[in-house]
Design a protein around this ligand. Sequence first.
Ligand code: GDP
Ligand code: MN
Length: 397
Amino acid sequence: MDLYEHEAKQLLDEAGIPTPRAIYAQNSHDVALAVEEIGLPCVIKAQVKIGHRGQAGGVKLVHTRDEAILASEQLLPMTIHGHKVSGVLVAEAKNILHEYYISIAIDRNSRDFDVLATANGGTEVEEIAKEHPEAVKRLHISPLEDFNIDAARAMAQQIGFYHADEEQAAQILLKMWQVFKDNDATLVEINPLAKIGDPDDDASKSLCALDAKITLDDNAAYRHDGWQQFVDPYAANELETRAKQLGLHYVKLAGEVGIIGNGAGLVMSSLDAVAGAAKQQGSDIKPANFLDIGGGASAQVMKQSMEIVLSDPKVRVVFINVYGGITSCKEVATGILQSLDEITAIRPIVVRFDGNAAAEGLSILQSANNPQINVAQTMEEAAQCAVRIALESGERA
Ligand code: GDP
Ligand code: MN
């Protein structure tokens, strides 16, 4: 999960990394209040989970309260590179003397942590790497060794921080590492890590994180209360959010066949089976979404899953593929029938059961004698049937 700048900044603040004073606001009235608090000049920064905001006009330096209000009125309704602006950060403007770049990321190739840094920051690091590859240093933090202040000092020196900035850079590197570890991040990036202050007064100069980007490892969410404080109503699809609240894993795709299965492996195979069947039939039918009901799902969970999948109006048919292990196909069948009773905008379903209580499940479905229910013996057969139905209902529509 990617964090917004204002959220990432909060994690840096907690770790004691210097950042500008800033207040998050979601309307121009709150921006005016924030400006009173922060003072002028300040920067009004669109909050979107995408980089290059500056180049896209998403960062505005303002000198008066009216300019701040105007800037927020321009930024708040904006969509930047397809991302709707969730709010703005009103941040103290700093006088930038120099820009550095530092990131720590997981390196799956070398199975350690990659520190990417340049003393000549300012633009995006990819661009610097292209034009001045020698200026971008790639260093590593070993998961097996302690990354301490001495190691951080050596690293700051290798990166090429100006001598006057070296000690503070080492402290910041160490704190970034703490943020990375404590929050189970996969990326912590500060760009720019700016040298700020009065050019004529050395004592006023210091390093400050003017922008931050943090990605958290979704697999570690359970260790952090599900990261409830970071749940993003702007990014998540509404149905994905509803599914998550129910403890289900739902993903929206672009096609016509809704897919419900138990277990990630079976769900992925179901997607492949639909793609294979569509290819064989020479059609461009695709999965509309997929939902994993997990292990041991009850009839209630199955009914909720049907509701979520059928809430997508693009779904023409639902392919239910369950291999009963802990999950009983009897429970799944009961849930399916309950959903057929309660959901008004029902569409055809194709069911393939195997494993625990498969025969009982199928007989429950058959005894319902509902023309919407189609039963298949194998996954391939079910996928063929689902694609055919999707194609026919598309032609009828
Ligand atoms: P990004 O474009 O999404 O990476 O957004 P940033 O927060 O990094 O801002 C883009 C650029 O705006 C920075 O590289 C700075 O040059 C400039 N900027 C951001 N904050 C300040 C500030 O406090 N003072 C000044 N003078 N420039 C700033
Ligand atoms: Mn930036």
